[in-house]
Write a protein that binds this ligand. Structure first.
Ligand code: COA
Length: 258
């Protein structure tokens, strides 16, 4: 495993884990941390033994946002010239499904990183919010765009305009999280869920993720065309033949991920 300063990584049973680890700064998302997360995610994505990735924080905090100390004295032109935050797009773009396992605070960039993931599993102690307005800025890692798509305009607008922090139960009710689990079981449940995804045929999983992404990024007709082509493409995989043969033969499929 690569040596990282701001994250920890591990892997087992087809699942790669990325743990945000800046304990004294509540996992504030510095540029260095972004680069390490992107590097780790892309390495897992290129590793054929990995079928799902979990991103998590500590028990107390997923991430308390972008690193305010790093941004405080920047000018607008500097933010643009440095393409500040831009590499998070590479994290959102990995082919492998990513599960966010959120305990404690997921604020600002923390909430935005969770929304870059495909499934958000929340401990019952999780807290979500986009409090940037309190700092006289706005979300800058996709929050205004992904939150609207996740929960609809009126909930997103209320959260972004007031900075109100919501608990796990409300986050689940409005559609910001996939599922809430007892905080003490979060890691085990995330591993279980990730193993379930990793056990499926990789070409089908990658096609499903890309097709779901197309739903967020395109008009319906364009998305349907994308899905139709992706669906057809899977009929040239060995796993499709195996999956359907196993169904008709009433046995479990053995996927080769080809
Ligand atoms: N960026 C940089 N440092 C941060 C940070 C951030 N987003 N969030 C927390 N920290 C640092 C604090 O400065 C403090 O560092 P210090 O001990 O060197 O002073 C340390 O993490 C602990 O934070 P603290 O505020 O003392 O913890 P708390 O339990 O009292 O409050 C929060 C927790 C999450 C409510 C509070 O830290 C907070 O509001 N953070 C900012 C959230 C935010 O606005 N995010 C959007 C950023 S654009």
């Amino acid at each position: 495993m690569t040596e990282y300063q701001t994250i920890r990584t591990s892997a087992g049973n087809g699942v790669g884990w990325i743990e945000l680890h800046r304990p004294h700064k509540l996992n504030a998302l510095s540029t260095a941390l972004m680069h390490e997360v992107v590097d780790a995610a892309e390495r897992f994505d290129a590793d054929e033994s990995i079928g799902a990735i979990v991103v998590t924080g500590s028990d107390r905090v997923f991430a308390a946002g972008a690193d305010i100390a790093e941004m405080e004295h920047k000018s607008g032109p500097e933010i643009l010239r440095e393409r500040f935050f831009a590499d998070w797009t590479r994290f959102a773009d990995v082919r492998t499904p990513v599960i966010a396992a959120v305990s404690g605070y997921a604020l600002g960039g923390g909430c935005e990183v969770a929304m870059m993931c495909d499934i958000i599993l929340a401990g019952d102690d999780a807290r979500f919010g986009q409090p940037e307005i309190n700092l006289a800025v706005i979300p800058g890692m996709g929050g205004t765009q992904r939150l609207v798509r996740a929960v609809g305009y009126y909930k997103a607008a209320e959260l972004v305009l007031t900075g109100r922090i919501i608990d796990a139960e409300e986050a689940e009710r409005i559609g910001l999280v996939s599922r809430v689990v007892p905080a003490s079981e979060l890691r085990a449940r995330a591993q279980e869920l990730a193993e379930e995804v990793a056990s499926r045929s990789r070409p089908a999983v990658h096609a499903a993720k890309a097709s779901l992404d197309a739903a967020l990024e395109s008009a319906l007709a364009e998305g349907l065309r994308y899905e139709r082509l992706a669906f057809a493409g899977l009929f040239d995989t060995a796993d499709q033949k195996e999956g359907m043969a196993a169904f008709t033969q009433k046995r479990r499929p053995r996927f080769s991920h080809q």
